[in-house]
Design a protein around this ligand. Structure first.
Ligand code: A2P
Length: 310
């Protein structure tokens, strides 16, 4: 199994990275330090996780040279009119002068107002989305930070095919990755194929199904785990690497951080089971799709998503 994948920039990216979403301040630094000590060389960050300062401090005190670590961050929705400013804030917090990969966090611009600088709402309580903002303009700014050298590669996150088709009309740099929710209940086969045809790798967030995950208890997943004498988490992480996706398990628990570096080769019969689970009805998104709904793209919601609007 590959330990690294190759981005369309020619750079290699470690197949497994530590996710830092919902890793609370006060915990995330320890998790990052433990991960780096355990052999991780890839940390997935974002300005909106509001913990990049602590992540940066942990990277610095780890003693691992910056150039050995692949760091990803993401421009938050309220910074889409000034991508360079979002990146500057992130670079300052992470105490570095470049990121290895910079992503548009969501294909949506939010307009900051007095309700919030990061999660602004309208008087009627809906999110302050700027529907007139063109994502092609955000990407043009992403291409500029790429050319500046402050982002060694650029990509997107939470983009479905309709958004990507729109972006494709004007991009001059092809996104290196699309980071999306990926696990057997949400395998996104069509998106994976669309991206693969254009040299875009998928990155799996919530590969375990996030907190209190039904996937870790799923009888088909646990049967495969038992067969290979590994944990359900190892099966879910291995599934992504076996299908050619970068995988970003989040943990703040030392033993799990270590365990999540382990991947096994899964035989085709197991891959077919994992690939086919959603089509058999086990379709579910675990991440609240915060913004697709605002834009009327209901493809964010799989059947059975408890967060779907009524
Ligand atoms: P914790 O961070 O407390 O260790 P995902 O990566 O899909 O978002 O999942 C993250 C969730 O899964 C967190 O609740 C995390 O808990 C938990 N988790 C991470 N690694 C493992 C593991 N190896 N076994 C069981 N649960 C895990």
């Amino acid at each position: 199994l590959p330990t690294h994948f190759k981005l369309n920039t020619g750079t290699s990216i470690p197949a497994i990275g530590l996710g830092t979403w919902r890793a609370e301040p006060g915990q995330v630094g320890e998790a990052v330090k433990h991960a780096l000590k355990s052999g991780y060389r890839h940390i997935d960050c974002a300005l909106i996780y509001q913990n990049e300062k602590e992540v940066g401090e942990a990277i610095k005190t780890s003693g691992v040279p910056r150039e050995e670590i692949f760091i990803t961050s993401k421009v938050w929705n309220t910074y889409q009119t000034d991508v360079a400013a979002g990146l500057e804030q992130t670079l300052k917090d992470l105490q570095t002068d470049y990121v290895d990969l910079y992503l548009i966090h969501w294909p949506v611009r939010l307009v900051p107002n007095e309700t919030s600088a990061l999660f602004p709402t309208n008087p009627d309580g809906t999110r302050a989305v700027d529907r007139s903002w063109n994502q092609q303009e955000t990407w043009r700014q992403m291409e500029a930070v790429y050319r500046s050298g402050k982002a060694k590669a650029i990509g997107v996150s939470n983009w479905s095919i309709p958004y990507l088709e729109h972006l494709e009309k004007t991009w001059t740099v092809v996104p290196a990755v699309n980071q999306v929710e990926l696990h057997p209940y949400c395998p996104q086969h069509a998106l994976k194929k669309w991206c693969a045809d254009r040299g875009i790798l998928l990155e799996a967030y919530c590969p375990l199904g996030s907190n209190d995950s039904p996937l870790l208890r799923d009888d088909e997943v646990t049967a495969i785990a038992d067969k290979h004498n590994v944990s359900a988490a190892t099966v879910l992480i291995s599934y992504q690497v076996n299908r050619g996706c970068i995988v970003l398990p989040k943990s703040i628990t030392p033993a799990r951080i270590e365990q999540n570096l382990k991947v096994i080769a899964l035989p085709q019969e197991d891959m077919e089971i994992l690939d086919g689970m959603a089509a058999k009805g086990k379709q579910q998104r675990v991440n609240t799709p915060l913004f697709g709904h605002d834009l009327g793209f209901d493809d964010w919601y799989g059947p059975g998503n408890k967060n779907a609007p009524k």
